[in-house]
Design a protein around this ligand. Structure first.
Ligand SMILES: [Zn+2]
Length: 215
């Protein structure tokens, strides 16, 4: 207890599986390295690759070969998730990647809930040795659509205290959402902090040269 342990717990923010999966889904819309935005889920092949890379958190989707219908369902769900991320980071600004075309929140909620409702679920208690028990909601009928699994993870994350650590990074050119790993974290990663500091430095040193011509 006390000061020391509160510092340690603050430095040891962990990230739940639901938070990681939801964040990873949102981050498929990302900076392209040249000032624009690229989409890892632009094609069914892109979705198949993304699911393969998440085999540990999406065991039900193992071996999925995505088609256009699955892709559309997942990107529709992602739009709902990103709209709710934008809501979660308020009063901060949302990621600039899609700030101008966000779904209205009621529509995003309706879409997310409808997607999660595609499969009836049952609560399952998991209790690994030396860990806290966790409840996981699993399909009551066996197979279930990928989108239902993703929607359930998003609901669990957005309703959890983890949501309060969600931020959009506003370093130059960055469009990422991230979970703060310590209370004063402002940027998604150190390289973004460096770019932001360089940009501020240039901003400060630009002012004096502008003033004489303004006379
Ligand atoms: Zn960043």
């Amino acid at each position: 207890m006390g000061f020391q342990s509160s510092i340690i717990s603050a430095m040891e923010y962990s990230i739940s599986g639901d938070a990681r999966l939801t964040l990873d889904l949102a981050l498929t819309l990302r900076h392209d390295g040249q000032g624009g935005v690229t989409d890892d889920l632009a094609t069914p092949t892109g979705l198949t690759t993304w699911v393969e890379a998440h085999a540990d958190t999406l065991p039900a989707a193992t071996g999925l070969t995505a088609d256009a219908t699955t892709l559309a369902a997942v990107t529709d769900l992602r739009a709902a998730v990103r709209a709710l991320f934008a809501q979660a980071v308020r009063p901060g600004e949302p990621s600039p990647a899609d700030a101008a075309r966000l779904l209205p929140v009621p529509e995003a909620l309706e879409r997310l809930n409808a997607t999660a409702a595609l499969t009836p679920t049952v609560p399952v208690l998991l209790w690994a040795p030396a860990a806290d028990p966790v409840v996981r909601h699993e399909s009551a009928t066996g197979g279930e659509p990928l989108t239902a699994v993703l929607a359930r993870a998003a609901i669990a994350f957005l309703a959890s205290p983890d949501r309060q650590r969600l931020r959009a990074c506003h370093a130059p050119r960055c469009v990422r959402y991230f979970l703060k790993e310590h209370p004063r974290q402002e940027w998604c990663k150190p390289s973004c902090g460096n770019r932001a500091r360089v940009a501020r430095h240039h901003e400060r040193h630009k002012q004096p040269t502008l003033q004489p011509s303004a006379r």
